[in-house]
Design a protein around this ligand. Structure first.
Ligand code: BEZ
Length: 203
C-alpha cells in the first residue's frame, strides 16, 4: 500500500498513528506529496479526485480516501482489538469524537488557508473569528466529555490527539490548554505514545 503523505497534515497523521497502533505501518510505503488549495496535483488526483491527502493506493491499483475511510479500512486488515468499536454506544462515542477532532481541524485548516493563501487585502477577520469560534466550541465540548477519551485508544482518541497536536504546531499562541485542564492532562499522556512521538508534525 502507498500513502500519499505530508508531514504537516493532521489528517495524514491520523492514518500514520492508526497504522502504528495496529501494527500495519510496515505494510505502508509513504510518498511525500505537496498539497495546496489552489494548485493542481495531477498525480495525487489519480488516487483522489479531490486532490487531498491522505489517499491510500492499494496493491490492486484502487485507492481509498479520506482519513475516516482509510482508518476503517486499516482496521479491517488486522486481527487485534478493533479501534473502530463494532456496535453500540462505544461505536457512536468513538465516531463522535472522530467527528469533533476532524471538525476542529476543518475549522483550523480553513483559517490557515485564509491566512496563508488568500491575498492580504481580501482576508476577512469575520471569517477567521467565526471559524475560531467553531474550533473553540469543539475544544470546550471535549473538555466536558474528557472522560470519553479514557481507556484504550480508538479512532476517536487518535483523531482528537492529532487535532490537538496540530493546534500546538500551527496555533501555539492560541493556547488551547487554557481553561481545559482535563483535556490537557489526557493529551499529555496520549502524546507520549510511541505512535504519536514517531509522527510529530513538521513543515
Ligand atoms: C498544514 O500545513 O498545516 C496542513 C497541510 C495539509 C493539510 C492540512 C494542514
Amino acid at each position: 500500500m502507498k500513502l500519499f503523505f505530508n508531514n504537516a497534515s493532521p489528517f495524514v497523521r491520523k492514518v500514520r498513528v492508526f497504522a502504528r497502533e495496529t501494527g500495519l505501518d510496515k505494510n505502508i510505503e509513504e510518498t511525500t506529496t505537496a498539497v495546496s488549495p489552489v494548485q493542481d496535483n495531477a498525480s495525487l488526483g489519480q488516487a483522489n479526485p479531490l486532490q487531498k491527502i491522505p489517499a491510500l493506493l492499494l496493491d490492486d491499483g484502487s485507492a481509498l480516501f479520506d482519513s475516516p475511510v482509510i482508518c476503517e479500512y486499516l482496521d479491517s486488515l488486522h486481527a487485534g482489538r478493533k479501534l473502530f468499536p463494532a456496535a453500540g454506544p462505544a461505536r457512536w462515542t468513538a465516531l463522535k469524537l472522530q467527528a469533533t477532532g476532524d471538525g476542529i481541524l476543518d475549522a483550523g485548516v480553513l483559517c490557515r488557508y485564509e491566512m496563508a493563501f488568500r491575498p492580504k487585502e481580501f482576508q476577512w477577520s469575520g471569517w477567521l473569528d467565526g471559524q475560531k469560534k467553531k474550533w473553540h466550541g469543539g475544544l470546550d465540548y471535549l473538555e466536558r466529555e474528557a472522560g470519553a477519551l479514557d481507556g484504550e485508544p480508538t479512532i476517536g482518541g487518535i483523531t482528537v490527539a492529532c487535532a490537538l497536536g496540530w493546534l500546538d504546531f500551527r496555533y501555539g499562541d492560541d493556547n488551547w490548554r487554557n481553561g481545559r485542564p482535563k483535556l490537557a492532562a489526557w493529551f499529555e499522556k496520549f502524546a507520549a505514545r510511541p505512535s504519536m512521538k514517531a509522527t510529530m508534525p513538521s513543515a
